[in-house]
Design a protein around this ligand. Structure first.
Ligand code: F6P
Length: 549
């Protein structure tokens, strides 16, 4: 059934009239008016804690947002996803990344196939293989233990395993160094090949489709490099594949026995839980990889069963929706106060923007309202010394998600308190700001003339009233990282339902791929240059001329 346009729904219209008042509120006043704001606007789930009290909303706002969630069918859509219905309409696929982290023995039949059993059969293969590589029983062709693993993949076949390997570096095997090559730019591969020895290197060619141009070129380059010092029969000990495309893996020359499959119901950006996580399992071991899956499952169960009003991903989604839709915030900044989460903002960029960077509804109509904000970010405290100036005093209001662990996974004295102090101070500063009077009072103690003080006041005033969430966990452990990623996956899902977009396709990346193929053939002289616009023609001519220098 066709969904009514978002802006035509009763709950959206109620929110619009509420927003006209709410836009006048300040966070300072909201906190002053209600001493219980923190306990009221916080929630726990699966070892995570979300504080959304520093957003410009009150209990009525949350109620109205929950009405919208109900009217848009969040619960029904959620249940349809978990049940394996083909909610990815444009590709006629189920969306079952949650099945990848179901405990053994859970049955879920889709198209006559028990996906729970299939998932655990592949997990058993991953366990067997990773145990052998980690113990040294699996060796390279000259009998030496593997020391380096190179994951070749891009997008979801790179961002997930890379982000997670970095995040869990304290759990990593001491002998195994992980490398990731994604870019078609040869400088990426060159930098890695410079560091590794073919006798002790394992390449994982990770590609859902096994046709992605960048990955195929990189894999071919790695293969050629390897074969400079070894025969074809040595390949099997150094190249494994992760894919849904068995024929293409065979055609590339990888033994299907060394292929770790997954399924078309796993979207690329949701695939780190599948065999795309092979690099993670190699690095931290199958036990911790299982804990990572279990943490995500705990969050899945919370999302599936908790009432909407206490449901962490639902609340995170609703707050983000409020900021985007009614406070006009066009971007969302992610600030992990944890250096090991340095790739988390990049990971969320694909998760959120490739999922909800859409302008038509599932029925093909215009969404009619702004959708996914731009997601970006960097670790604190580094971000404070780079772009936080704009976030504090610039003309745009950008909500921020602060993410921190209460305890460190290192034992270096003095650092963690300093880190957390900065994290909490920033969210406080964004919320309260600093008024002109407060600035004057500060400056009065500094031996300045009244004129000098007034000249400085506008520069030193902070408007404040800038929204943020804070997400805390005890320590960055495998299960809590799993839960954190699942939290954002489900937040993305809920926002997609509110906008009624298909969060599981990505047609927007196709046009550039086709044009790149054409231009590549022109650059290499395979076909005569096409007639492009004058800019594109000019750039092609320059590149061709440079190659002949
Ligand atoms: O082109 C976009 C995309 O399809 C992503 O969605 C995906 O994660 C990435 O390319 C890599 O795809 P594959 O795993 O099939 O190589």
């Amino acid at each position: 059934m066709r969904q009514p346009a978002l802006s035509a729904t009763a709950s959206f219209q109620a929110l619009e009239s509420h927003a006209a008042t709410a836009r006048q509120w300040t966070l300072r006043d909201l906190f002053a008016q209600d001493a219980q704001r923190f306990p009221k606007l916080t929630v726990d789930a699966a070892g995570l804690f979300l504080d959304y009290s520093k957003n410009r909303l009150d209990a009525t706002t949350v109620e109205l947002l929950l009405d919208l969630a109900r009217e848009r069918g969040v619960e029904q859509q959620r249940d349809a996803m978990f049940a394996g219905e083909k909610i990815n309409l444009t590709e006629q696929r189920a969306v079952l990344h949650t099945a990848l982290r179901m405990p053994r023995g859970n049955k879920l039949v889709v198209d006559g196939q028990d996906v729970g059993r299939d998932v655990h059969a592949v997990l058993d293969h991953i366990k067997d293989f990773t145990d052998r590589v980690r113990s040294g029983a699996w060796t390279g062709h000259t009998g030496k233990a593997i020391t380096d693993v190179v994951n070749i993949g891009i997008g979801g076949s790179d961002l997930g395993p890379k982000m997670v390997c970095l995040a869990l570096r304290s759990y990593a095997h001491p002998r195994l160094k992980m490398h990731f090559v994604s870019n078609v730019d040869g400088h990426d591969m060159d930098a890695v090949l410079d560091q590794v020895n073919p006798e002790t290197t394992l390449f994982i060619v990770a590609s859902k489709t096994f046709v992605t141009a960048e990955t195929m070129l990189n894999a071919q380059t790695a293969r050629n490099w390897f074969l400079r010092g070894a025969g074809e029969d040595a390949l099997a000990r150094h190249f494994v594949a992760v894919s849904t495309n068995t024929d293409a893996v065979k055609a590339f020359g990888i033994d299907p026995a060394n292929m770790f499959p997954f399924w078309d119901w796993v979207g690329g950006r949701y695939s780190v839980w599948s065999s795309i996580g092979l690099a993670v399992a190699l690095s931290v071991g199958f036990g911790y990889f299982s804990d990572f899956l279990a943490g995500a499952h705990a969050l899945d169960e919370h999302f599936r069963t908790a009432p909407l009003a206490e449901n962490m991903p639902v609340l995170l989604a609703l707050v983000g929706f409020w900021n985007r839709q009614f406070l006009g915030c066009g971007s969302l900044s992610i600030a992990p106060y944890h250096q090991d989460l340095s790739r988390f903002p990049a990971y969320l960029q694909q998760l959120d923007m490739e999922s909800n960077g859409k302008r038509v509804t599932r029925d093909g109509a215009d969404v009619g309202v702004p959708t996914c904000p731009v997601v970006w970010g960097e670790c604190g405290t580094n971000a404070q010394h780079a772009y936080f100036q704009l976030l504090h005093q610039g003309t745009d209001v950008t909500p921020i998600d602060f993410i921190a662990a209460l305890r460190a996974t290192h034992d270096l004295a003095g650092h963690h308190d300093a880190l957390l102090a900065n994290c909490f101070a920033q969210s406080e500063a964004f919320m309260t700001g600093k008024t002109a009077d407060e600035v004057r009072a500060d400056l009065r103690g500094q031996n300045l003339s009244a004129e000098q003080i007034e000249a400085l006041v506008p520069h030193k005033t902070f408007p404040g009233n800038r929204p943020s969430n804070t997400i805390l966990m005890d320590q960055l452990t495998p299960p809590l990282l799993g839960a954190l990623i699942a939290l954002y996956e489900h937040k993305t899902f809920v926002q997609g339902v509110l906008w009624n977009v298909n969060s599981f396709d990505q047609w927007g990346v196709e046009l550039g791929k086709v044009l790149a193929k054409n231009i590549h053939a022109e650059l290499t002289g395979e076909i005569a240059p096409e007639r492009h616009d004058s800019s594109t023609n000019g750039l092609i001519v320059m590149a061709k001329a440079a190659q002949h220098l």
